[in-house]
Design a protein around this ligand. Structure first.
Ligand code: SF4
Length: 332
């Protein structure tokens, strides 16, 4: 049975936010399986981790400029190929992607591996370290089960006079409309106009089959991802997209990648230039989930990325494809 996304989203929202106290449930990495995959020990009392975003993975996959280029542009820093960021992870997600690098036990509001924290407490812990990174990455889990998290953090940084020095980056799996359902107009305005903020929305597949296989969600929610992306595009946020190309079937990959790029361009002509296909890698939790279908999906992502590159080459000039991703205009 596929996941009932609405039911699970409601359940996890209730379990992981305290609106009255302005707190949410943040993963504590100490003594978790995820801790083994970290290149540095957890920080901020266990609820933070340092992530090194790297442009190049050093293999045949395409470079990933996110969030390096948007952050450098916003903060007025010179271009670089690696940036440190301070990651906080909320402790719930409504989907269960087989390739998730977060162990599933850290996605279910697990009281043994999480803490109730306010934005103020998170910023206190972030600032108490030596040399805090210039990026704060609000990730998950699915941060947008608690869409208040992003404007809360913005307001906290602004109240401390830190909004010009720190770049906020958050991701979203495009699984619900909570952003509009639960945020006030003032919060939406804050997110839409906050200068040092970038948001990446993740397309979990390039067709219905790959989406359902990857997420275990209802297949029809593949369509919903485009509708939600469209709503975000109208807000004027500095918006980017990830796409995952793992798929159980070799059939029609080229045709469906072609259609996927069409769909992105129906939302915005330049959206493919702000979209980065992510290579699915073998983190510790993923190794335990591997079966024959997953092994095939792993291989098939290579066919899909080649099709993606051909599509982009046929639709955009080499100058357009070489642009800094943060300079690609939307709403043209
Ligand atoms: S949506 Fe993201 S956090 Fe949730 S299971 Fe998938 S990869 Fe993991």
């Amino acid at each position: 049975m596929p996941i009932n996304t609405d039911t699970l989203s409601t359940h996890y929202r209730t379990a992981s936010v305290n609106l009255g106290e302005k707190k949410l449930l943040i993963t504590n990495f100490h003594n978790t399986q995820q801790e083994k995959d970290l290149s540095e020990p957890p920080n901020c009392g266990g609820v933070g981790r340092i992530r090194h975003f790297r442009r190049n993975l050093g293999d045949s996959w395409i470079p990933n400029p996110l969030p390096i280029d948007p952050a450098c542009k916003a903060l007025g820093l010179p271009s670089t190929d690696m940036m440190r960021s301070q990651v906080f992870q909320n402790a719930v997600c409504n989907w269960r992607c087989w390739y998730c690098y977060v162990p599933f036990e850290l996605l279910s509001a697990n009281p043994h591996h999480s803490e109730w924290l306010s934005p103020s407490m998170l910023i206190d812990r972030y600032l108490s370290q030596t040399n805090p990174p210039p990026i704060i990455d609000l990730t998950g889990g699915q941060p947008d089960i608690i869409p208040e998290w992003v404007p809360w953090m913005m307001a906290e940084l602004r109240s401390r006079g830190l909004e010009k020095q720190i770049y906020i980056w958050s991701d979203d799996n495009l699984s619900n409309d909570y952003f509009w359902r639960f945020l006030s107009d003032a919060d939406i305005e804050l997110v839409a106009t906050y200068e040092n903020y970038g948001r990446v929305c993740c397309f979990k597949g390039f067709n219905t089959e790959s989406f359902a296989f990857n997420t275990r969600a209802e297949p029809e929610l593949f369509e919903q991802q485009f509708n939600l992306m469209n709503r975000f595009l109208t807000l004027g946020i500095d918006l980017y997209a990830y796409a995952t190309f793992t798929t159980p079937s070799k059939q029609q990959i080229r045709e469906d990648v072609n259609r996927f790029v069409d769909r992105l361009q129906m939302l915005d002509e330049n959206l493919p230039l702000r979209t980065v296909p992510l290579k699915i890698q073998e983190f510790t939790p993923v190794k335990q989930r591997i079966n024959m279908a997953i092994a095939d999906a792993w291989q098939n992502q290579q066919i899909a990325i080649e099709a993606w590159q051909q599509e982009l080459e046929s639709r955009f000039s080499s100058e357009e494809r070489a642009m800094n991703i943060a300079d690609v205009s939307l709403g043209t």
